[in-house]
Design a binder for this molecule. Structure first.
Ligand code: ATP
Length: 199
C-alpha cells in the first residue's frame, strides 16, 4: 500500500485538504483523531495513562483533558511520555487500517511528520501551507484560541520552508477553489507516479 503523508502547520488546512481527497475516494486516516479515540478505547493506553497520572485522568470513561493540559503545562516532559504511550498504538492501528483499504494509495494526516522525523514512513509527503496571518485568523475563529498561543505553537513547529524542501508536493491553501484544483492535480500526479513504479 502506498502511504501518502499529509502535513502542515497549525491551521494550514490539512483537514480541509484531506476532505477534498476523500471526495476523490481516497481513504483518509487522521492521526490526531485516531489517537484521541484510542486514548478512550485502548485498554493498554488507559492502563498506562492511569499509571502516569492517576485514576482522575479518566472521568466517566472520558479523558480528563484539563488535568492532562495542566500536567504538561507544569512539566513539558509529560508530553513525550504520553506520546511514547500513544504513538506506537496509533502506528499499529494505522497498519491494521491500511490492510482493510482498497485504493491506489491512502493518506495519513499527521501534523508532526517532520517534527518527529517520521518522513521515512511515507512514500510521498504533501505539505499544506497558507499565509501565517490567515492561519492565525482561521484558528482564532475555529477554536476561540488566542493569537499568542497560536504563535507559540507555530514557533515550535518546523518552518514551512523546511517542510516544503522535504516534501514531494505542496498545496497552497489560500483560496479554497484553487486548493481543490491543486488537490485534483496532486491526485492525478500521484496516480501517474504510482502507475510508473508498478511497471
Ligand atoms: P490543525 O493543525 O489545527 O489541526 P488544520 O491544518 O487541519 O488545522 P483545518 O482545520 O483544515 O486546518 O483549517 C483550519 C480552519 O480554517 C478551519 O476552520 C477551516 O474550515 C478553515 N479553512 C481552511 N482552509 C480555508 C480556506 N482556504 N479559506 C477559508 N477558511 C479555511
Amino acid at each position: 500500500m502506498i502511504i501518502v503523508g499529509l502535513t502542515g502547520g497549525i491551521g494550514s488546512g490539512k483537514t480541509t485538504v484531506a476532505n477534498f481527497f476523500k471526495q476523490l475516494d481516497i481513504p483518509i486516516y487522521i492521526a490526531d483523531v485516531e489517537a484521541k479515540n484510542l486514548m478512550v478505547t485502548s485498554k493498554i493506553i488507559k492502563r498506562r495513562l492511569i499509571e502516569l497520572f492517576g485514576d482522575n485522568v479518566y472521568e466517566n470513561n472520558k479523558l480528563n483533558k484539563s488535568l492532562i493540559s495542566e500536567k504538561i503545562f507544569n512539566d513539558s516532559s509529560f508530553l513525550n511520555k504520553i506520546n511514547a504511550i500513544v504513538h506506537p498504538k496509533v502506528a499499529s492501528h494505522f497498519k491494521r487500517w491500511c490492510k482493510k483499504q482498497n485504493s491506489p494509495y491512502v493518506i495519513k494526516e499527521a501534523a508532526i511528520i517532520f517534527e518527529h522525523k517520521q518522513e521515512s514512513k511515507y512514500d510521498y509527503i504533501i505539505t499544506v501551507t497558507a499565509d501565517k496571518q490567515e492561519r492565525i485568523n482561521r484558528v482564532i475563529k475555529r477554536d476561540n484560541s488566542s493569537k499568542s498561543k497560536i504563535e507559540a505553537i507555530i514557533n515550535n513547529q518546523v518552518s514551512d520552508e523546511e517542510k516544503i524542501k522535504k516534501s514531494h508536493f505542496v498545496i497552497i491553501n489560500n483560496d479554497i477553489e484553487s486548493t481543490q484544483d491543486q488537490v485534483i492535480n496532486t491526485h492525478k500526479s500521484l496516480l501517474k507516479l504510482i502507475a510508473k513504479t508498478k511497471i
